[in-house]
Structure formats: C-alpha cells, structure tokens
Write a protein that binds this ligand. Structure first.
Ligand SMILES: Cc1ncc(C[n+]2csc(CCOP(=O)(O)OP(=O)(O)O)c2C)c(N)n1
Ligand SMILES: CC(=O)[C@@H](O)[C@H](O)COP(=O)(O)O
Ligand SMILES: [Mg+2]
Length: 628
C-alpha cells in the first residue's frame, strides 16, 4: 500500500505544483477549490454558478497541458476563478473585482497564464486559432485551447472562427463547456443540436450496455430526457455540426469526472489539427441553491452561503426596472411592440415582459449583430421593435446600426442599459463610448435621462418616433424621482433649465445632472438638464453661451466625441466664441471599482466638478498664472 496524503490548495502556487501530483490527488483539490470559490465569492460578490461548474475542467486543463506555454483562452472569462486560484492568485480572490484588486475576467497584464483578455463573448476560438496558427507557422508544437460555453457558442464569431479553422493545420483545441445554460436558459437550434448529440450518445452507450466507457453522467441523462421523443426509431446519430466544420469531434464526456477529463485531454493533446472536445458540466455544481437556480447565482452580490440569497426586500426601482415596467405598459397599448434581447433577459429587465408577452419576446442568443438587423426587418414590416442592450455590447453591432437601421431610417428603439461606468465588471463592460459612436449617425435621436421619470418619458418619446432612437441610462438606481405612470412624451430636442445662476453655466447630460446641480449650487451657476444629445437644444445653448462667461459640459461618456464635443461643434458652427470646459470620462480604460469612487477619480463627483470649474474660472481671471 503506497503512502498517500491528500494535497491541500495552499500547496498549489502554480500549475507546475499541480503536475507533480498523482492523478488521484485531483478530486481532493476539486473539493477544496469549490468550497473556496463559494465562500470567497459569497464575501466579495462575483460570478458564482459558472465558476462552480468549471472547477474540474480548470484543474484537468492545467494538469494535462503545459500552461502557460500552451495557451488557454477562456471565452467570456467569467468562469476563470479556479484558473486564477491555480495560477497563483488565490490570495487575490479576497479583492476580486474591487478597485486595484483582481479583475473578474482574464487579463494579460494580470498573469502570464491569462493568454487572452476576454469578457465579451465568443472571441475565444478566433483568438486561439490565431495563436495556434502562429505556432504552426513557427514550427512550434504548443497548443492553443479555447474553452467556450454553450451560450457563448451562439455568438456568430465562434462560427466564423470554426469556419476558418479547417485546413489551417493549426493545433487548435476547442473545449465546449456545455451546461445547457447561458445566463438564462439557452435558445435556438444550436441548443437542440447539442441536446441531440447527447441523446444520440446516450442511445449508443445504452446499446452497448456500458455507461462508464463513454462517461455518461447524470447531467447527460437529464439533457437526454428532452430528446426521448426524437430518439424513437433513430439508430445512428448524425455527424455533429463540428465534424462538418472539419473538427475531430470527441465526446460528450462528463466534465466533473476528473479521471475521464484527464485521460481524454491527455489523448487530445497528442492529436494534430483542430480538435473539438464536448464536455458536459452542471452550472452551480456542488452548491444546491446554485444548481437549482443558476440564473440567480450567475452574478451575485455578497450573501451568506448557509442561508443562500434571500428574496429582495422591495427597494427603489433601478433604471432597468423602470425600462421593464415601461415595456410592459407600452406593449399593452401597442400590439406592434416587439421586445428583443441578445441573451440578457434578466439583466435588461425583460423577465416580466417575457412572461406576459411570450409571443412578442425574442431572446436571440448572444447575437447583438443579428438582434439589430432582425429588428430592422421587423420594422420594415410595420412592427415596433425595442432592443434592450447593454452599451458595451452594442459596440458589437455598430455596422448593423448604421447600415441596416439608421441608413434606412427605421423606427427601432435602442434601450441602452449600463451606459457609463458599471463598477465591478470594469473596463470591458463600461458603457464609456456610446455617445461618441452614436452621435455621428444621421436620423438617430439620442436621449439621456437624469432620473427615473425622465427615463420613462424618453422611452415613450423614442417609441413615438418615426425613425431610430436611443435612450441611454446607467446601471443601478437614479435619484429616486417618483415616476408618472402615464406614457407621456417629451418635446424633441428641448432641454430644461433647472437652476438660474450667473457667470457659469453647466450643461449636464443624463446621470451627471445630480452632481452638476450640487456643484452648481455651490458655484451659484446656471444648471441645464440637456436631455437630448441629438438633436441638441441649440437655441438654449446659444442663449447660455451669450449670457455666461464659462460654458461647462458634463457627461458620463468619453470626452472625445461625446456630448460636450457636440456642444463645442454647435458653438463653432454658430461662430460663437466663449470659454468652454468639457468634463467627462478620460482617454483611458477605467478598471473596476465602486462607481462613486470611479466618478471621484475622474473628477465627476460634485466636489470634482466644483474644483475643476473653479480652477478654470481662476485661469480666466488670471490667464498668465494658469499658463505658468
Ligand atoms: C458579446 C456579449 N454579449 C453578452 C454577454 C453577457 N454574458 C456573459 S456570460 C453570458 C452567458 C454565457 O453562457 P455560457 O457561455 O454558456 O457560459 P455559462 O454562463 O453557462 O458558464 C452572457 C450572455 C457578453 N459577455 N458578451
Ligand atoms: C459576464 C457578463 O458579461 C455578465 O454576466 C455581466 O457581468 C453582467 O453584468 P450586470 O451585473 O451588470 O448585469
Ligand atoms: Mg453555458
């Protein structure tokens, strides 16, 4: 009998430590890792259920492959906590997603084991294919491995990359982490294809009378049930889609069985050319509340793991809630309304709408580009599509917005959530650029609410338009303004003077109205709630410029090309020369942190605004001092 002492996580400082261990040591580490992740994320908040599901996969990949020489690219990267812990960042988990702490996603500057920065979905196969192709050209034997979820696989880029992989000779390994979930339940034909593979596999394995050989595990059995009907009379499963793309398809295997994972990956590592390994896991694995409700545990704020997440005590509605309520109310009055989400039902506030109007609700998968062109098609036929989309993900669909919607002047409403800084998700998810990229588009009306009531009014205004429109609102709550339940609209392009003062005028856009009012009071300044970024209230801007010594614009968007630039262009166009101060987000990416802290860092909180305005006033009175 050999002496065997189970290892503990504190002995693992890098994958090299892992590789010194016997294979039978791995399940002990998996158990400890899972507990560690649960308790750590319960303290810090973060993405939980996806991480509980990838513990064994992360262990096996680092055990078998020679990371970081072999490149491991995690799609989205929200499931990389085990990977971070195994690659020397266990202590850092205490400050996960906090200012100056670990990023919630892979980040090249954070670790050599983070081969590629991710957070937006469906990029992993392209990136890994690029790496594998570079290795191939250099005559190197290293592998590039893309780990992609079944949700992320619905993104068009994944298919563009697979289409490209054939005949490259690249040693690319795609690991499909199939947990039969996106954030919400998966949608579409691909999901059916995966379920069919699993049921075909089950059928064959049962025919051979050996479940173990092929690693059929409880999750697979569950998937298979859905396909029982389809199985009747089916003797041979058809080729998988992935084989049609030129991959060597292997699987499905149980992604929680370390023996099977390690043996299979060891074999896969020896194979040449594009490999596709289908791994079945369970989202939330090992923590019953998360297994039962993976949606609720997808992204969590701190909670007590013994109690589980408690039902929300009713609190003030967020902008997302305001949107969700408006959508239901507007749908009740107009049967042409269609609600569309690219895989962000819960985050975008569409849950009630989906329940109340299932036939008018479309979750199109992680497919932002398709979402917009699909909406354009609907609009061509007289429907009134409303696309709920995060600012950061709308970046994906810029050409569709220009070419398919704006150019054809189609009445599509973009309800742009998470505009501005988002907090813990950091730079990858910040809605920092939407005003800059939306402003130049002809036909588009752009609004930014400063409170909840205005948000509802703007959505109604947008819906009433004959052309495309965008309402951009921030993550979380506004100032708590009571909401008028009517569906009243605003006058297009009309701003609102909120406070009359002298000398300085603050032109505030959206979320910046609150700090602008506070700063404006201390400065005895005029404060304008601009409401519209396009069309601007030019008449009011001109009046303000002619009656004040300093015009200040304030926005939660990149300074470059944002709303402030629009004001500057307006003044230049009318040949009005007045001292201008533009305040907004600086020309660099902004990492994670509490939004209020980040505002402070960017000088966008009330004291920051006041300070910068006073400094500019000072330089106007004493120009030489300012130059010095
Ligand atoms: C382009 C883009 N759209 C939307 C998202 C939001 N998002 C993050 S994770 C996720 C679901 C991914 O599902 P899957 O890949 O199956 O991973 P799982 O959560 O099941 O582990 C979505 C929609 C994103 N990150 N990127
Ligand atoms: C990984 C990802 O893209 C989402 O899970 C995102 O983190 C959700 O963000 P919200 O918490 O703002 O909905
Ligand atoms: Mg999934």
């Amino acid at each position: 009998m050999s002496n065997f002492t189970p290892p503990t996580l504190d002995q693992i400082h890098s994958p090299a430590d892992l590789r010194c261990l016997e294979r039978r040591a791995l399940p002990y580490l998996a158990t400890e890792l899972r507990q560690f992740i649960l308790h750590s994320v319960a303290r810090t908040g973060g993405h939980l259920s996806s991480n509980l599901g990838t513990v064994e996969l992360a262990l096996a990949l680092h055990y078998v492959f020679d990371t970081p020489r072999d490149r491991l690219v995690w799609d989205v990267g929200h499931q990389t906590y085990a990977h971070k812990i195994l690659t020397g960042r266990r202590a850092g988990m205490a400050h996960l997603r906090m200012k100056d702490g670990l990023s919630g996603f892979p980040k090249r500057s954070e670790s050599e084991y983070d081969a590629f920065g991710t957070a937006h979905s469906s990029t992993s196969i392209s990136a890994a294919l690029g790496m594998a192709t570079a290795f191939h050209r250099a005559g190197k034997r290293e592998r590039a491995i893309a780990v992609i979820g079944d949700g992320a696989l619905t993104g068009g880029m994944a298919f563009e990359a697979m289409n490209n992989a054939k005949n490259t000779g690249a040693n690319l390994v795609v690991v499909l982490n199939d947990n039969d979930m996106s954030i919400s339940p998966p949608v579409g034909a691909l999901q059916h294809h995966l379920a069919r593979i699993l049921s075909g596999h089950l059928y064959n394995s049962m025919r051979r009378g050996s479940e173990k050989v092929l690693g059929v595990a409880p999750p697979i059995l569950e998937f298979a049930k859905r396909w029982e009907e389809h199985m009747k009379g089916m003797m041979t499963p058809p080729a998988t889609l992935f084989e049609e793309f030129g991959f060597n398809y292997i699987g499905p295997i149980d992604g929680h069985d370390l023996d099977i994972l390690v043996s299979t990956l060891t074999n896969v590592r020896k194979l040449e050319g594009p490999q596709f390994l289908h791994v079945v896991t369970r989202k939330g694995k090992g923590y019953p509340p998360a297994e039962e409700d993976p949606i609720r545990y997808h992204g969590v704020t701190p909670f007590d793991p013994d109690q589980g997440i408690q039902p929300k005590v009713s609190s003030a509605p967020s902008y997302t809630d305001i949107f969700g309520q408006w959508l239901c109310d507007m749908a009740a009055t107009d049967a042409r309304l269609i609600g569309i989400t690219p895989a962000m039902c819960e985050g975008s506030g569409l849950t009630h709408f989906a329940q109340q109007y299932p036939e008018r609700y479309f979750d199109v998968g992680i497919a932002e580009q398709h979402a917009l062109t699909f909406a354009a098609g609907l609009a061509c036929e007289g429907m009134k599509p409303v696309i709920a989309i995060y600012s950061t993900f709308l970046q994906r669909a810029y050409d569709q917005l220009i070419h398919d919607i704006a150019l054809q002047n189609l009445p599509v409403v973009l309800a742009i959530d998470r505009a501005g800084l988002v907090g813990a998700d950091g730079a990858t998810h910040a809605g920092q650029f939407d005003l800059t990229y939306l402003r130049p588009l002809p036909n588009l009306t752009i609004m930014a609410p400063s409170d909840e009531n205005e948000c509802r009014q703007m959505l109604s205004t947008a819906f009433a338009l004959e052309g495309p429109s965008a309402v951009r609102y921030p993550r979380g709550r506004g100032p708590g303004t009571p909401v008028d339940p009517s569906l009243s609209t605003l006058t297009i392009g009309k701003a609102e003077v909120r406070q009359r003062g002298k000398s300085v005028v603050l032109l505030a856009f959206g979320s910046m109205l609150a700090p602008a009012l506070e700063a404006g009071q201390r400065l005895q300044a005029t404060v304008v709630n601009m409401r519209f970024v396009k069309p601007l209230d030019e008449a009011l801007i001109l009046e303000m410029a002619l009656t004040h010594d300093l015009v200040v614009t304030v926005e939660e968007n990149a300074l470059m090309g944002g709303a402030g630039s629009a004001v500057g262009e307006c003044l230049a166009h009318h040949q009005i020369s007045v001292p201008l101060l533009h305040l907004g987000l600086p020309d660099h990416f902004i990492d994670q942190g509490e939004v209020c802290q980040l505002w402070q860092d960017c000088g966008l909180d009330a004291p920051g605004l006041e300070r910068q305005i006073r400094a500019r006033l000072q330089s106007l009175t004493h120009p030489n001092r300012a130059l010095g």
